[in-house]
Design a protein around this ligand. Structure first.
Ligand SMILES: Cc1cc2nc3c(=O)[nH]c(=O)nc-3n(C[C@H](O)[C@H](O)[C@H](O)COP(=O)(O)OP(=O)(O)OC[C@H]3O[C@@H](n4cnc5c(N)ncnc54)[C@H](O)[C@@H]3O)c2cc1C
Length: 375
């Protein structure tokens, strides 16, 4: 049996390991200028003050992870169709609008007019809104409502990775993934602004060696990617690749979408389900299952496992307007705080703090930010 330490690891979101993507110099990616002395970095970025007395909270969440990827599928039970939309691992915020669009496409094939949406995290809320836009009547049933869902814990970088394992997926899933990612990326663009807490940000990914160009089916969604070499950026690592992607602030986004749903006549019913029979007894003609990790017990999906992540939230620093991926973790600047994270514990169900994890997250970030402007 693996020890708890074996099951714990840190990731760099959007990194080669997480995304199956690598970066090295060349091929349209600007590299460092060879043979010239390192100039003083003209790029001035404010460091994060990663200090213990700036911590305002630490939180933990369980990513609903399936090695073979998320499920969007319709299953018929006598009169009722259950459409699944769950299991998005560490990329559910990124994939939400797209995956829910695919679920609503399946809803249109059923002939049903009314749907119960199980779950009020990001998948349930986006599904319910899109059902309304397609003329369906939707009611949300959920055990937990925002701000008490896993979706509220999520960091919020638009980066649909850590969602599956390459060896466990098939070509059909890869097509579904690409479609969901592209649809979602496009949908979020129309929500940029303070109301939904969506904005475009520069991301810096620190590297020891010049990275190769990003590849893969959605590489083009990471805009402006270029490699900054020694002297071209203020970080301690020799190289930093920079690209632009969106940041979604869950604590703004989820209440805004919930308001939109209610304003359009939607109903939210707090309720926990304990069996399929209870679900099939609902009055609605169809059901969309957006229960995240809850689908394991409710629908018997044994492949679905938790991947626990902890976040350390520091006092906000409004002047910090970039994402940093490096030092074994990440930093996301949000209006509700500076979010430091990057831990992954496969198969861990407890939401209690794991020994040493928050301390390690803070320490790694302290080292990363103290190293700025020193080389
Ligand atoms: C630390 C951390 C960082 C993350 N960072 C990112 C990121 O930067 N970018 C990104 O794209 N993703 C990120 N994620 C992943 C993302 O948060 C999840 O994939 C996403 O929130 C899953 O959404 P969901 O709606 O499926 O599940 P949830 O938010 O868990 O919602 C499930 C809903 O179903 C309800 N439910 C469950 N079981 C039952 C039941 N039996 N009866 C009734 N109701 C039930 C729950 O109460 C809840 O309302 C992160 C996750 C974590 C934990």
């Amino acid at each position: 049996m693996a020890s708890p330490l074996d099951r714990r690891s840190f990731l760099i979101r959007g990194s080669a390991a997480a995304a199956g993507l690598l970066l090295t110099a060349g091929c349209g990616v600007r590299g460092p200028r060879a043979g010239t002395p390192a100039p003083i970095p003209s790029l001035r970025l404010p460091p994060v003050q990663a200090a213990e007395d700036r911590i305002i909270r630490t939180v933990a969440g369980l990513r609903p992870y399936r090695p073979s990827g998320f499920v969007v599928d319709a299953v018929r039970f006598d009169e009722t169709t259950v459409i699944h939309n769950y299991g998005h691992g560490g990329g559910g915020i990124s994939l939400a609008w797209g995956s829910s669009t695919l679920a609503v496409e399946r809803a249109r094939e059923t002939g049903h007019r009314t749907f119960a949406v199980l779950g009020c995290g990001i998948m349930g809320l986006t599904t319910a809104r899109l059902l309304q836009d397609s003329g369906f009547q939707a009611t949300i049933y959920a055990r937990d409502l925002p701000p008490h869902t896993t979706s509220n814990v999520g960091g919020g970088q638009w980066s649909p990775f850590s969602v599956s394992e390459a060896h466990a997926t098939d070509a059909n899933y890869e097509r579904t993934f690409e479609r969901a990612a592209r649809l979602s990326h496009r949908y979020y663009q129309d929500l940029v602004g303070p109301r939904y807490g969506v904005r475009w940000l520069h991301n810096y990914s620190l590297r020891n060696a010049p990275p190769s160009p990003r590849s893969g089916p959605i590489a083009d969604l990471f805009k402006d990617e270029e490699v900054l070499g020694p002297g071209e950026h203020p970080f301690g690592a020799p190289y930093a690749s920079r690209f632009t992607t969106m940041m979604v602030e869950p604590n703004r986004f989820l209440p805004a979408v919930m308001d939109d749903f209610l304003l359009r006549g939607g109903r939210i019913v707090p309720r926990e389900f304990h069996s399929l029979q209870e679900v099939l007894a609902l009055e609605e003609e169809g059901v969309v299952n957006c229960t995240g990790l809850g689908a394991r017990a409710l629908f018997g999906d044994q492949e679905l496992v938790p991947v626990k992540g902890e976040l350390v939230i520091l006092l906000p620093q409004p002047e910090v307007d970039y994402i940093l991926l490096g030092g074994g973790g990440y930093m996301f600047p949000r209006s509700d705080g500076i979010v430091l994270g990057g831990s992954q514990e496969h198969g861990e169900w407890s939401l209690d703090p794991s020994p040493g994890v928050a301390e390690r997250i803070l320490e790694r970030n302290r080292e990363t930010f103290q190293a700025m402007y020193t080389s």
